[in-house]
Structure formats: C-alpha cells, structure tokens
Design a protein around this ligand. Structure first.
Ligand code: MG
Length: 438
C-alpha cells in the first residue's frame, strides 16, 4: 500500500504579511521586518524582495536608499505574529487531519484518500486562511516531507500554480530540472555546514544529492542525510515528531540579544544574563531536556572605531544535568563574572545551554540523580508567563519593572529598542484596530 501524501502549508512572507493585516494600506508596498533592536532585515514582502533587499542585511546600511524607494520598516512584533499564527493553525487543522506544527508559519498535514479531495481541501484551506486571517499561504503536496517542502517553494515562486503544487504534477515533465535548480544548502535538513562538505564532493544541487548512493552517504555523513536522499526519491523516511535532525528538539539552546544602550557595569550585565538564562531555561523545560553545561558571552560593537573590540566567553560545568532556573541563572553569571571587564561598553550578551540530555531518559546511580527543578520554581515561572505575559515574575532583581521602565518586554533599561513597532491588535485592548465609518 502506498502511503498517503503529506501536505505542507506555509505562509507567504509571514511576518511581512502579518504587518499588513491591520494596516491594509501596506498591501502591495515593499515592507521589511527588522530583527531585535531594529538591527537586520529578517522578513520581506514580495515587493521588498523585488527591490533586491537581502535577508539579514543590517538596516542602517540600506536605510536611506530603502526610504527613498518607499520601503516601510517595522520592528518585529512577535506577540502579534504568535497570535495570528495560532489562529491560522486552528483554521488549517479543520481542513486536513493530523496537523504537525513545524514552525510559527508552517505545518504538515495528512492528505485525504483521493487526490481530488486533497486538492479541493487545500484550495478551501487557502481561501479560508486568506479570508479569515488575511494571510496568503502556499501549499505543497508530495509523498515525502522533503519533496513537500520543494513543492511548496515551487508554488510560491510560480504564479501559474495558484498557491498549490503537487510534486507528481511537476515531477512528470520537469522533476530533474526542478531539483537541479535548488542549491544544496536549500534542501530541507542539509544546512550550511553540511552543504560545504557536499559541495567539496561536487554535489551542488538537490539533483546531485538525489543521484548519490544512499549507502555511501550514510557511511561518509549520517543516517539522517541518507534519509534525505531517499526522501528526494519519494521514499518517506521522516516520521512525525522524528525530528532530531530537523531541529524540533535541539541539541543546544541559545538566548542572545543586542542591548538598546551599551552596558558597562557588572550589575546590569548580571541582570541581563540572568533574564536570558531564564528564557533559555523555559525552552529547555518545554522540550523536556536537561543541560550539563552553561556558557555565557558578551561583546562590544565591532563597528565602534573609537574603542577596542572586546569579546568575553566562559563556561560553567554543572555537577549534574539540570533544568532548575536558579542553578542555571547562577551558572551563567559565574561563567563571566571573573573575566568581566568593567571598562568596556558591551552591546550584546547571550546564554548558551549545552550538553543537553533527554530528561525522561536520564538515569544515574542512586543518590546521584539529575538535579531536577525540585522546588517546582520553573513551572511556577512558566505558568506566570503564560497567564500574565513575559517577565512579570522572575528570579532576582533582573532590572525588571525597574525605575525608568523603558520597555514592555522586561521593563529593564538595557532591553531591546523597537522604535517601529506596529500595534499588537490581537493581544492588547489598548492597541485594537480602529475602524472609521465614512
Ligand atoms: Mg513561510
């Protein structure tokens, strides 16, 4: 029996599309969304892409030209995006079974018994999301997740597809051409580091990988990459939740931010590290892991010509793997305290949790148990964050709700700059959209 195809639904330019939902005047205009602190471009509307604006480019380097071109820039408004994402996902799951949410703007679903039923459901799903949320999505249908990703990409870049592409339809005449046009590093699950090694062996596009010998790929690389080869040939290998290689359960957790103003004293740096450690810890608990190593780092601006560039890094080894926010926040501060330079003007800091192990699988000798969060503190913090928003409650002073509260996110003086933030219309009463009748 041939397994049913999978459907990948993915929003088009999701963040930029969200920005137009409550500001319809932005429709059809070049819109870019900037990363934390309004640093780099992280999302672009199709019109902004057409202007040649690259993803990841620092905003200050293109700002004057972009403004001349009529580009509208927005600070990233994750509160709005998360809320619209939840609504979008809830609509999508009414059309097809077994939704597996893969990222904020994409999910896998199962196809229906016949391909005509599936196509019809995909069309209705697309129309409903556009009508109900105001966000355009594209859909790829294939027998493997890797090919569904590729079909989805095809649907996005070919107007004639009307937003929906079935791999079987394009594979018949042009499968080889389609795969040849996809650079190796854009194949799902390959990534930049692996693609460099593959390129060195002469494999530069998806077709080259499709043609590779699966056994030797497993030998030289990994079982995961062998699966990718088979998936490109239409043999399903990536199961639901079987996502270690695709990043669902990560092997390290990073929380790193730019500050809105340079930080000089240890007191403020300690606050920032503690808050970042707590954020990282929440993700650690969410994915059911424990960590055995906590790294912390901070650096000054590489663009500051007047001062020497300083970057500091330290790691604390924990005696037992744990998920306790108190232990981890303390370990992050311990990692940097000794080497901290009070004269430097730091603009970025971060906390990295390493040596992660699966909490459910972790056993030690009697009396040497993993130091779990025995006080239940993490759970209480997570619960408070869910009910009252982030950074209402935390460990230590953290600068949160401090005097001269500068920022809604944590209230601390060092938090992000978001000068071009749009309204959070779906989550804040005082920022609801206003409609004027004429
Ligand atoms: Mg997308």
């Amino acid at each position: 029996m041939v397994a049913r195809p999978v459907v990948l639904a993915d929003a088009n330019s999701f963040f930029a599309s969200c920005e137009t939902v409550f500001h319809p005047g932005l429709q059809g205009r070049p819109v870019v969304v900037l990363s934390n602190n309004d640093g780099c471009v992280v999302a672009r509307s199709p019109q902004a892409k057409r202007l040649g604006i690259a993803n990841g480019v620092p905003w200050f380097t293109i700002r004057s030209q972009a403004e001349q071109d009529g580009v509208v820039a927005r600070s990233s408004n994750y509160e709005l995006y998360a809320s619209l994402s939840a609504r979008m996902m809830s609509i999508m799951r009414t059309f097809l079974p077994n939704q597996e949410i893969y990222s904020i703007d994409e999910c896998f679903l199962d196809a229906l018994p016949s391909s005509s039923q599936t196509l019809q459901a995909c069309r209705s799903m697309r129309d409903s999301v556009l009508k109900g949320i105001g966000i355009p999505i594209s859909v790829g249908v294939a027998h493997t997740k890797t090919l569904a990703k590729i079909s989805n990409h095809w649907a996005k870049s070919h107007v004639s597809a009307h937003g929906i592409t079935r791999w079987d339809d394009i594979a018949r005449d042009q499968g080889k051409n389609v795969l040849t046009e996809i650079p190796i590093d854009e194949v799902w699950g390959v990534g930049r580091r692996l693609s460099r090694r593959l390129q060195a062996l002469g494999m530069v596009n998806a077709w080259d990988l499709h043609e590779a010998d699966p056994a030797s790929i497993r030998h030289r690389f990994s079982v995961q990459l062998e699966r990718t080869v088979l998936e490109l040939r239409g043999i399903p290998c990536v199961e639901a939740g079987d996502d270690a290689s695709q990043g669902r359960r990560t092997t390290q957790i990073l929380c790193s931010r730019m500050f809105s103003h340079p930080v000089t004293g240890w007191e403020m740096m300690g606050q920032a590290l503690s808050v970042y450690a707590q954020k990282a810890c929440r993700r650690l608990r969410n994915q059911g892991s424990l960590c055995a190593q906590v790294s912390a780092f901070c650096s000054t601006s590489p663009h500051d010509d007047e001062h020497e560039y300083v970057t500091l890094h330290g790691t604390t080894q924990l005696s037992n793997p744990c998920d306790d926010p108190l232990t981890i926040a303390k370990a992050a501060c311990d990692a940097l305290r000794e080497r901290f330079d009070g004269h430097a003007r730091f603009v970025r800091a971060g906390v990295l949790l390493l040596s992660l192990v699966d909490a459910a699988q972790f056993h030690t000798l009697e009396g040497l148990d993993a130091r779990r969060d025995t006080h239940g503190l993490g759970e209480v913090l997570d619960d408070a964050a869910r009910r009252f928003g982030p950074a209402r409650v935390g460990i230590g002073y953290g600068g949160i709700r401090g005097h001269d509260r500068g920022n809604e996110d944590t209230g601390a003086q060092w938090t992000m700059r978001r000068e071009m933030l749009s309204s959070r219309s779906t989550t804040r009463w005082d920022e609801m959209a206003v409609v004027h009748a004429v």
